[in-house]
Design a protein. Structure first.
Length: 102
């Protein structure tokens, strides 16, 4: 069971946000970046935590800001870890200097 599944209460008790995640995808590198912060241009992550590749079956990195808030998720081998429709809707970037959609 996921942590989300262990939250007490009903679905009506949860707060839902009506906004879409911003995702950049580079098909040449087969890498995606999921932006979790609106202030995504404030600078680079202060800390990157690499998830255990054996436990998650690939390379996934969590980026945190200087206050310890999760600001983004980097997913390598994105076509194996993310749904095809997610990648199809993602901003197609080329190279490390490409900017995600606004």
């Amino acid at each position: 069971m996921s942590t989300f599944g262990s939250i007490e209460g009903t679905r009506q008790d949860l707060v839902w946000f009506d906004r879409r995640m911003r995702i950049a995808y580079d098909p040449d590198a087969n890498a995606a970046y999921i932006y979790l912060s609106e202030d995504r241009y404030a600078g680079v992550a202060a800390k990157t935590y690499p998830c255990d590749p054996i436990a998650v079956g690939g390379m996934i990195n969590l980026d945190f800001d200087t206050d310890g808030r999760l600001i983004g998720v980097e997913v390598m081998d994105a076509d194996k870890k993310l749904a095809p429709e997610t990648l199809a809707e993602a901003h197609q970037s080329r190279g490390s200097n490409a900017e995600p959609p606004q």
